[in-house]
Design a protein around this ligand. Structure first.
Ligand SMILES: *Cc1c(COP(=O)(O)O)cnc(C)c1O
Length: 396
């Protein structure tokens, strides 16, 4: 008899042949500018640790103290017995940080989209969504059963066309966009999208996962960057990137957040985030509110690295954020480039990204800059990139 899972071996072989099979590296140290990856100490350009908070003493101390007081797990979902004072405190602090009425803290940014979208739209409604929106938005839309109407990437004109084409046929409408697009580091035209939502009476929602702690005054995010505080209906965020910890957030008007507390399945049917994570997030908010040095350092590092790469002859694409794509075009060249970087002395850890994550012919190495990088780290990174670039004939 054939094995029930023979099909997996076949599919795996197909992935391997097409070059889509990912091998997963194992990390052997805390997240920082340098990390142990597959037993080798390398310069890290892969994590979303924008502000270097993932291993910051203040956050670790808060987490340890929270464990001593609260224990390790709440053993309940938020709606039954899992809502700790810490959760409510974090929600109030995040709302104040963003200048909105209320916020809901969830297990992850991924969960936040699963929670927000199906609570607000359903069968008979329509969602306008950017072609390159994150997978968690796509899945949230699917779960909602609303009609999904896709507009071209960062194109308000096309968005208006799609709105006009669909609006009449549906009960309620919502527009959802990523704030920062994670593969190119470009920004949604939030001001123009907001005007469209205003004009047509559409609920506006932005997923600011890569903008929080990065954009806006003191890292208050993309809505603050565009000076749209108070006029964007919903902000989705994550505490797992710049905040360095774990969790997601939905921020907006209290009536809307209250409704989501009644309806959202990740809130009702999956256990609450631990006290340790929540306390560490609170310590991150403390740091962000105490000063803007970390955010400034992140941007200073970003400018320094991008200029260095451009001077060396690399194409850093359309990015206007610390996400720095190094455009190489060919997917197999990218794979080789990334492997060479890793095997260099010192090793440099930066991911190759190819089709189907980005379009054919647009393969790139993605460099994630952090405030945790010292100037010498960036210089070393630039030196290794230039060496590998010359060896592989990418630059002269
Ligand atoms: C990373 C990311 C998420 C997921 O956040 P997690 O907290 O890691 O689950 C959601 N949306 C966008 C746009 C992201 O970039």
């Amino acid at each position: 008899m054939p094995d029930k899972f023979d099909w997996i071996a076949e599919e795996m072989n197909a992935l391997q042949e097409q070059g889509f099979r990912s091998s997963i590296r194992t990390i052997g140290s805390a997240c920082g500018a340098w990390m142990t990856v597959d037993d080798k100490e390398v310069l890290n350009f892969c994590t979303n640790n924008y502000l270097g908070l993932a291993n910051r003493p203040e956050l670790k101390k808060a987490a340890k103290e929270a464990i001593d007081f609260w224990g390790v797990g709440p053993a309940a979902v938020r709606s039954i017995a899992g809502t700790l004072e810490l959760h409510r405190e974090l929600e109030r602090r995040l709302a104040a940080f963003k200048g909105v009425e209320d916020a809901l803290y969830l297990q992850s940014g991924f969960c936040a989209n699963q929670a927000a979208i199906p609570s607000l739209v359903g069968k008979g409604d329509v969602v306008f969504t950017d072609r390159l929106n994150h997978a968690s938005i796509i899945d949230g839309c699917r779960l909602s059963s609303a009609k999904v109407a896709v507009y071209e990437h960062c194109d308000p004109q096309d968005c208006e066309r799609v709105i006009k084409e669909n609006l009449g046929g549906y009960r309620r409408a919502m527009l959802i966009t990523d704030g920062v697009f994670s593969m190119d580091g470009d920004l949604a035209p939030l001001d123009r999208l907001q005007q469209l939502c205003e004009r047509y009476g559409i609920v506006s929602m932005v997923d600011d996962a890569h903008g929080e702690g990065v954009l806006g005054r003191g890292g208050r995010g993309i809505v603050d960057h565009f000076r749209l505080s108070g006029s964007f209906d919903l902000e989705i965020g994550t505490l797992s990137k710049a905040f360095g910890v774990m969790g997601g957030v939905i921020a907006g008007r209290s009536a809307v957040i209250d409704w989501i507390r009644q309806k959202a399945r990740p809130f009702l049917f999956s256990s609450a985030v631990t006290a340790a994570d929540t306390a560490a997030c609170l310590a991150a908010v403390d740091l962000l509110e105490a000063g803007t040095e970390l955010v400034e350092k992140l941007w200073e590092n970003t400018r320094y690295f991008k200029e260095g790469m451009q001077r060396a002859g690399f194409d850093t694409g359309a990015s206007v954020t610390p996400i720095t794509p190094v455009m190489l075009g060919d997917a197999s060249l990218c794979q080789r480039f990334s492997r060479r970087l890793f095997d260099s002395q010192p090793g440099v850890f930066a991911m190759p990204i190819g089709f189907p994550t980005v379009p054919q012919g647009k393969a790139r190495i993605r460099v994630m800059i952090s405030a945790a990088h010292a100037r010498e780290d960036l210089d070393l990174g630039l030196e290794v990139f230039a060496r590998v670039g010359r060896e592989l004939g990418v630059i002269g």
